[in-house]
Design a protein around this ligand. Structure first.
Ligand SMILES: [Fe+2]
Length: 147
């Protein structure tokens, strides 16, 4: 855990060098931080479930939008690791959906555990797996520019 307020501190190491993707990743990290902050601020109050549900929903909706965009680019550039990468997105989505479905009964300790899972996943996925499609995508985007 980085500090009390933010679950994930945006770090230059998360940047992969494609502005569109970097902006989406940064936004996703911000939404995960919103979720974590809402949980810390509202725990033990009447607003806990409403706030946690709302911020998690924002996070998951945006993750879906971002995955769609990444998958579109991976396909367009004929990245040969597409299927494996999509599997990682789908597994993440399935776990998030299962948690979201049980949000009404999600205890603070479980919500914190889930926030940590988000942190770990984003940290490793952006810092490692997203870099795998980078050479193919950079080449593809270069070709598009010269067309
Ligand atoms: Fe990805």
């Amino acid at each position: 855990m980085t500090n009390e307020e933010n679950l994930i501190k945006w770090d230059p190491k998360f940047k992969i060098g494609i502005p569109l993707i970097d902006a989406q990743h940064e936004h996703l990290v911000n939404l995960c931080n919103d979720f974590y902050q809402s949980l810390l601020k509202s725990k033990g109050t009447d607003t806990y479930h409403t706030l946690v549900k709302q911020t998690l929903e924002n996070c998951l909706n945006y993750a879906a939008t971002h995955f769609k965009e990444e998958e579109r680019l991976m396909k367009a550039s004929n990245f040969d690791g597409y299927r494996q990468h999509k599997k990682a997105h789908d597994a993440f989505t399935a776990k998030c959906e299962a948690t979201y479905e049980n949000i009404e009964s999600l205890h603070v300790s479980e919500a914190i555990k889930f926030a940590l899972f988000l942190y770990e996943w984003i940290n490793t996925h952006i810092a490692h797996e997203d870099r795998l499609y980078l050479p193919t995508l950079v080449e593809f985007l270069k070709e598009q520019q010269t067309k």
